[in-house]
Design a protein. Structure first.
Length: 233
């Protein structure tokens, strides 16, 4: 019973962390700037579309959004316990590997989420700099370097989450975990994230812009909620 309660608490910790990440996503990515709002968008037409997102929030909102996720990351790491305990019937070594990979992915997510703040702040500084100035050119180069770092981290995060999701889904479908078979596609983030992202594309433009940046966080929230509710002894 104690093990069961700790496992459910662990899943709830992951859901709480995902809720905090969602708040952070809305602060970081929930608003779009238009060319009429920011001169950088008018004067630098070749900018990546991410600039319209990051320039849509003030630097204070960017900082708050980053902190909402970063400070909640220990809860995400703690949620790996429920995954370990659920997969342990398939073998302790396998459970350690799966849960450890998941915890590592959660740590990478913290880097990604927090780095949106300096990325956005750099673009804001470029917006204030004079066009065609050396200062603006350096700031835009720096923003691109930050963007590349985030893309690399996203790739590692995506590979880790996909690997954990697929292996756990297969084990669950085979009846080798503490999750019921019917929940095989829902107790890890891959399918819930895909469903949320697909659903956000069906929303009206303004609502889509507000919520599409929170797709990963909402999918992870759903996966943790299902894992906590569906697991069995």
């Amino acid at each position: 019973m104690a093990r069961m309660n700790w496992a459910r608490a662990s899943a709830l910790a992951g859901a709480a962390a995902s809720g905090c990440y969602t708040v952070g996503d809305l602060l970081l990515l929930g608003t779009r700037a238009r060319p009429e709002d920011r001169r950088l968008l008018r004067e630098e037409p070749d900018l990546d579309t991410s600039a319209t997102v990051l320039l849509g929030s003030s630097t204070k909102r960017l900082r708050a959004g980053a902190l909402w996720g970063v400070l909640a990351t220990p809860l995400h790491v703690a949620s790996a316990w429920q995954l370990y305990d659920a997969v342990r019937p398939a073998g302790n070594a396998r459970a350690v590997r799966i849960a450890g990979t998941y915890a590592g992915a959660a740590s990478i997510a913290s880097f990604i989420h927090g780095t949106f703040y300096p990325w956005g702040a750099t673009l804001h500084a470029a917006d204030d700099a004079d066009p065609a100035s050396t200062q603006r050119a350096k700031l835009l180069d720096q923003a691109e370097e930050i963007s590349q770092a985030i893309r690399t981290a996203y790739l590692a995060f995506g590979v880790a989450v996909a690997a954990v999701s697929v292996e756990t889904a297969v084990l669950t479908y085979q009846g080798r975990t503490r999750y019921p078979r019917w929940s095989s596609a829902l107790v890890t983030p891959l399918v819930p994230v895909a469903a949320v992202v697909a659903g956000s594309n069906l929303l009206p433009t303004k609502q889509k812009e507000r919520w599409e940046g929170a797709g990963i966080s909402l999918g992870m929230l759903a996966a943790n909620a299902v894992a906590g509710a569906a697991r069995r002894s």
